[in-house]
Design a protein around this ligand. Structure first.
Ligand code: ZN
Length: 344
C-alpha cells in the first residue's frame, strides 16, 4: 500500500435490519427473490459509504451479500449436500449441524465476482475481498467422499478458491484475503499442509494476498474458549514463522483488548501486518487515542508502510451504530499516528 498506516476492516459489517435480522450470525434474510438481490446491492453501498465517510483507506463490501463467511461460498459449489446435515465440532469448540460432502467439489460459476465488480464501481480507493481459507472450509463440513482426508478436501477447495481469486483480481480487487481462523487451532495441520493449501489458493495472483487469523467473533462459544487459553495467547507463535516464509503478502493479528503479546509481530518480518486495533467482542467504542496507542506500539516491529490498522475480526454481530463508531475511531486513530510521523 502506498499510504503509511492504511486502515481496513477484517471483513464483515452489520447488515441493515431490512436485509437480515441484526446482531445475529447466520441471520435469515428478510426478503426474497429480486427484492433480496436489490436489497443486498443497496446494503453494500451503505457499507462502503460508512467506511469512506469514516476515512477507512482499503474498502471492503462488508460481506453484505453473504449469510456467513464460510457457508455462503460453499453453497455455490457442487458436491456438497446442504439437506442431509451431520453434527460436527467446529474448531474443536462448538457443535454445529453442517452440510455433507457427497461428491467431487467444484465451482459451477463465479461466486462473488459480480459483487466485486459492483464494489469496484463504488470507490477509487483500493478494495479488498474476503474468501474463506481451505482449512477453515473443511472444518465446517462433514466429508463422505474424500475418505475423511481433511488434506485432500483442502487441496480440492484450494483449487476452487484459486479460480475465484483470479477472477476477483481481474474484476479490479486489490487485495484478496483468505480467512483462516482454523490456523489458531490445528497447528500440526497448519505445518503439514495448511500453509501449502493456502498458498495454492493464492497462487499466481496479480494482486496482494492476505490471510486473516483470529480468535473469532464475540459470541459465547468463543468467549468461553478464550477464557481457557491462559494469560498470554501465543497461538500465533506457531504459525507466524511459517507465514513469514510463505508467499502471502499480508497477515492479521488481534491486538486490541487481546492477550496476544504484540512482540509476536516480530515473527512476521517482511510482511505487511494487519494489526487488530478494534475489539469486536465489546459494544464499547474505542477512542481514537486508544487505537493510536495500539498502532504506535505495533510500529516497534513493523514499518509504517507495512502497517494496516484493522479490526480484530468481523463486526457482523454488532449493532450498526457501534460498528460505525468503531470505523470512525479506527480511521481517526490511524490519522493521529500518521500526523505524528509527519504524514498529516
Ligand atoms: Zn476473524
Amino acid at each position: 500500500m502506498t499510504q503509511p498506516i492504511a486502515t481496513a476492516i477484517a471483513g464483515s459489517l452489520p447488515k441493515p435490519a431490512w436485509l437480515a435480522q441484526p446482531e445475529k450470525l447466520w441471520a435469515p434474510w428478510q426478503l426474497s427473490g429480486e427484492a433480496l438481490e436489490q436489497a443486498k446491492i443497496d446494503a453494500m453501498r451503505l457499507a462502503v459509504d460508512d467506511q469512506l465517510r469514516a476515512g477507512i483507506t482499503i474498502i471492503g463490501d462488508g460481506e453484505q451479500t453473504r449469510q456467513h463467511f464460510v457457508t455462503t461460498f460453499i453453497e455455490h459449489l457442487d458436491g456438497v449436500d446442504f439437506v442431509h446435515r451431520k453434527t460436527v465440532r467446529i474448531r474443536d469448540r462448538y457443535d454445529a449441524e453442517v452440510p455433507t460432502v457427497v461428491g467431487p467439489v467444484a465451482r459451477k460459476r463465479p461466486v462473488f465476482v459480480e459483487d466485486a465488480r459492483r464494489l469496484r464501481l463504488l470507490t477509487n480507493q483500493p478494495i479488498k475481498f474476503t474468501l474463506p481459507g481451505p482449512m477453515t472450509m473443511i472444518d465446517t463440513l462433514y466429508d463422505q467422499y474424500y475418505g475423511g482426508s481433511r488434506e485432500k478436501l483442502a487441496w480440492a477447495f484450494a483449487e476452487i478458491l484459486n479460480q475465484e481469486a483470479h477472477e476477483l483480481a481481474a474484476a479490479g480487487v486489490d487485495v484478496v484475503q483468505f480467512d483462516e481462523p482454523a490456523f489458531n487451532v490445528f497447528f500440526d495441520e497448519v505445518r503439514d499442509w495448511g500453509i501449502k493449501t493456502l498458498e495454492r489458493a493464492a497462487a499466481g495472483l496479480p494482486c496482494k494476498t492476505a490471510t486473516h487469523i483470529c480468535y473469532g467473533y464475540g459470541i459465547e462459544a468463543n468467549i468461553k474458549w478464550k477464557q481457557g487459553l491462559g494469560a498470554e495467547w501465543r497461538q500465533y507463535e506457531q504459525t507466524f514463522p511459517l507465514l513469514a516464509q510463505s508467499s502471502i503478502d499480508q497477515v492479521s493479528l488481534e491486538c486490541q483488548n487481546s492477550h496476544v503479546p504484540m512482540e509476536l509481530i516480530g515473527l512476521l518480518d517482511g510482511k505487511e501486518v494487519m494489526v487488530g486495533a478494534i475489539d469486536v467482542a465489546t459494544h464499547r467504542v474505542e477512542t481514537p487515542e486508544e487505537v493510536a496507542a495500539t498502532l504506535r506500539k505495533a510500529l516497534q516491529w513493523v514499518k509504517p508502510h507495512r502497517l494496516i490498522g484493522c479490526t480484530n475480526c468481523g463486526m457482523v454481530p454488532l449493532p450498526r451504530a457501534v460498528a460505525r463508531g468503531k470505523l470512525q475511531a479506527l480511521a481517526a486513530g490511524a490519522a493521529l499516528v500518521r500526523a505524528e510521523l509527519g504524514w498529516g
